[in-house]
Design a protein around this ligand. Structure first.
Ligand code: CMP
Length: 143
């Protein structure tokens, strides 16, 4: 277990002015923000990030949506980070998300679902590296 996960506050979260509310829920659940930035993904970076979904029926829509506006990647730390974060955000489909989860509270549909969370420890490290360089992480955390 590496105690790290990557969140992305997606374009619908930014457009709906929910950045503060969602980060508050994340911090109140015990996660430490170790790095954060706002960026606009290019089609190339979005395709690279979601490579595992290449060819799926929703892939093109996913890339169009993720490049439609700025998003906020956040490197998070907590014991059991990946699993606890997935519990906090709820199911991919907000209609199936548990009460009190971030997607249940704020997401509109399967695509515009407010937030991404890594699905394994291995992917968490890869996904953090996708948005934050080693140098940047060392500089931010003063090590
Ligand atoms: P995320 O956790 O970011 O990982 C992949 C994303 O693809 C997912 O959230 C959804 O936004 C999107 N996605 C997954 N499954 C579907 C689907 N069946 N229809 C539309 N979008 C999907």
């Amino acid at each position: 277990m590496n105690n790290k996960t990557l969140a992305i506050l997606k374009p619908d979260c930014v457009k709906k002015n929910l950045i503060g509310k969602v980060i508050t829920l994340i911090q109140e659940a015990g996660f430490k923000v170790s790095a954060i930035k706002m960026i606009k993904l290019t089609p190339e970076t979005a395709k690279g990030f979601y490579e595992v979904h290449t060819g799926k029926f929703f892939f093109n829509d996913l890339i169009a949506y993720m490049t439609s506006g700025p998003c906020v990647p956040i490197a998070l730390e907590k014991e059991n980070a990946v699993e606890d974060f997935r519990k906090l955000i709820g199911a991919t489909d907000p209609a199936k998300a548990a009460e009190g989860t971030i997607r249940k509270l704020y997401a509109d549909n399967m695509q515009e679902n407010i937030v991404h969370g890594s699905d394994s420890d291995e992917n968490a490290l890869k996904e953090i590296a996708h948005f934050f360089s080693r140098k940047e992480l060392l500089e931010i955390n003063g090590l």
